[in-house]
Ligand binder design. Structure first.
Ligand code: UGC
Ligand code: NI
Length: 165
């Protein structure tokens, strides 16, 4: 009797995350210097969408989880993007999966570094917000509008997300 499949979380990079969304981080030289040269602006770094709706900013205070983490649910928002911007310096776990004929394919797991946020593109399969430290406090930019913008898929075989060593 074999246990659940194990997936090692990898460090979050813009390149690895590109098929799923954008990584928000103030890394390297800014696109613009503003405010009398005292502020670097990393300009327009995410692809947002809010079909038939509008952008909203909400605050999430989520319970922290621990690794190894059992991933048993993936969801997606077909009508809009969803950005998670941490309001603490703590890293968090990001889980995504490619679409495979309308269901999640093999998941991938990422660990953020302090100062990184993410923006999930519309329709990207993802695990729910998964902080690893309290307080799990995030600003969330996503679609406010009519219609059903949440599709959930419970995995027949949950997977175990582990640290990458
Ligand atoms: N449901 C909700 O507002 N949050 C989820 O979409 C999530 O990805 O955490
Ligand atoms: Ni979501």
């Amino acid at each position: 009797m074999t246990g659940p499949a194990r997936i090692a979380a990898q460090p979050l990079t813009a390149a690895a995350f590109a098929p799923f969304g954008d990584v928000l981080e103030a890394k390297g030289p800014p696109d613009r210097l503003i405010n009398q040269g005292l502020c670097g602006r990393f300009h327009d770094r995410a692809r947002l969408s809010f079909a038939d709706g509008r952008a909203g900013i909400s605050l999430f205070r989520a319970e922290p989880r621990t690794l190894p983490y059992t991933l048993d649910l993936l969801e997606r928002h077909p009508l809009g993007s969803q950005a998670f911007l941490p309001m603490t310096e703590y890293p968090f776990l990001v889980t995504v999966a490619p679409d495979a004929d309308g269901r999640p394919g093999t998941p991938l797991a990422f660990l953020t570094t302090p100062g990184q946020g993410i923006n999930l593109h519309a329709g990207t399969w993802h695990g729910v917000l998964t902080p690893l430290h309290a307080p799990g406090l995030f600003a969330v930019v996503d679609r406010i509008g009519p219609g059903d913008n949440l599709e959930e898929h419970f995995l027949a075989k949950p997977v175990m997300i582990t640290h990458q060593f």
